[in-house]
Design a binder for this molecule. Structure first.
Ligand code: NDP
Length: 391
């Protein structure tokens, strides 16, 4: 029987890598739903090629365009945030959650509710609502498999291990585009410069988040949520080659490292075939040719995002949702040219301080509705912080 699969965020970087793997063994899969937002041509082409039941764009205004592109193919077309949730709730064995941003939360919950295994690339779900996401998976008896390369690496390093013996978890960071820039040049960093990653080929938003280290900061929170360790047990290590993705240290002093090429198809393929390992089309590392790996401690002045993530974890409650929303809004402000690269962290810090004063709200019971409420307020506060700087 072919496995029924859906890909949320199919037109993005993770989505396209997932399709690349599925296309290679197309007969093994029955594609239920593919979703995208603005890239209708790609969405329609993939949905037709893979014989999906339904294709959904998040944008209501593009429904007619999607319908036209799918005409005569037999693939159903739908649009809007509600449709994303509706198709995520359609029975499937495995669903890839690869929508970018907080928009990925509700479809991810819908996928878990209907009992599908969730391959989770959308780190925002864990940062904003980790507790209720994991509770939902537990209640429904469904599995969440991490797709972020660091978390897939930790997950793999823990197979067969005694979880209670974890002493520390080290996640690595390439350092992004500005790792070696003089600090005084950072305010002048352009959008093009921030959008180019030294090792990974990813979507634009996560690439900029890698340069600012907001991506790693999100991953520290993600690690805390997913693996249930104390924030003090999580370390970040700059490793420019991006080949050791994470290390898990145990209380006997031993470490398990996960090493592989910087190619997301490894982590995606691991989640797709779990608990089996199948041959994947990724480069095989030649250590003699690589010669050496470098490591250095992260610099808190260059990357204030790491400190802010630790502050968000110390506050607890729904401060993760504030952190994420402020980061998304600040990134929009940078992309729109309203604030410079360095001001993104200032906007996040101002927003966290502002929302911290409403601590009753931050510490209210975590529900999806409350997370969205907090997300909305944080975006408004971040927008005010951006407007102040934009003059
Ligand atoms: P991309 O920007 O490349 O793709 C994002 C996907 O989400 C696209 O399909 C896009 O549609 C869709 N989308 C955009 N806005 C919305 C919206 N408002 N509602 C619904 N769908 C929307 O992102 P990535 O693939 O890089 O990242 C996806 C997720 O995976 C993120 O959470 C990221 O942090 C995480 N991740 C990514 C990694 C990577 O290597 N890229 C590594 C680890 C984690 P369209 O393109 O049609 O507009």
């Amino acid at each position: 029987m072919p496995r029924r699969v859906s890909i949320l965020g199919a037109t993005g970087s993770i989505g396209q890598n997932t399709i690349d793997l599925i296309r290679r063994d197309a007969g093994d899969y029955d594609v239920v739903a593919l979703t995208g937002a603005g890239n209708i041509a790609q969405l329609a082409a993939d949905a037709i090629e893979l014989g999906a039941d339904v294709a959904v764009t998040a944008r209501d205004d593009l429904l007619d365009e999607l319908r036209a592109a799918l005409q005569g193919s037999g693939v159903e077309a739908a649009a809007g945030a509600g449709a994303l949730v509706e198709v995520a709730a359609r029975p499937a064995d495995w669903i890839m959650s690869a929508i970018v941003g907080a928009a990925g939360l509700a479809p991810g919950f819908a996928a878990l509710e209907q009992g599908s295994t969730l391959a989770l690339a959308n780190k925002e779900s864990l940062v904003c609502a980790g507790k209720i996401l994991l509770d939902t998976a537990r209640t429904k008896g469904t599995t969440i498999l991490p797709v972020d390369s660091e978390h897939s690496a930790i997950f793999q390093a823990l197979v067969g291990e005694d979880i209670s013996a974890i002493e520390r978890i080290i996640i690595t960071a390439s350092g992004g585009a500005f790792r070696d820039w003089p600090l005084q040049d950072l305010p002048q960093a352009t959008l093009d410069q921030a959008s180019s990653h030294p090792n990974w080929d990813m979507g634009q938003r996560i690439t900029i988040d890698s340069a600012s280290m907001f991506n790693k900061a999100m991953e520290v929170i993600e690690t805390r949520e997913f693996f249930g360790v104390d924030p003090a047990q999580i370390e970040v290590l700059v490793h420019p080659q991006s080949m050791i993705h994470a290390l898990v240290g145990f209380n006997d002093g031993g470490l398990m490292a996960h090493v592989g090429p910087p190619d997301m198809r490894h982590a995606i393929g691991y989640a797709l075939h779990y608990p089996h390992r199948k041959r994947l089309p990724v480069e095989r590392l030649d250590f003699a040719a690589i010669g050496q790996f470098e490591f250095r401690a992260p610099d808190d002045v260059r990357w204030p995002a790491l400190r802010l993530a630790r502050e968000a974890m110390a506050t607890g409650g729904m401060m993760g949702a504030v952190f994420n929303a402020a980061k998304e809004a600040a990134l929009d402000g940078f992309v729109a040219g309203q604030i410079n690269f360095v001001q993104m962290a200032e906007v996040v810090e101002d927003t966290m301080t502002h929302l911290d004063h409403q601590s009753g709200l931050i510490h209210a019971t975590m529900t999806l509705d409350n997370v969205y409420k907090v997300d909305h307020l944080a975006r408004e506060a971040a927008k005010a912080a951006i407007d102040k700087r934009a003059g």
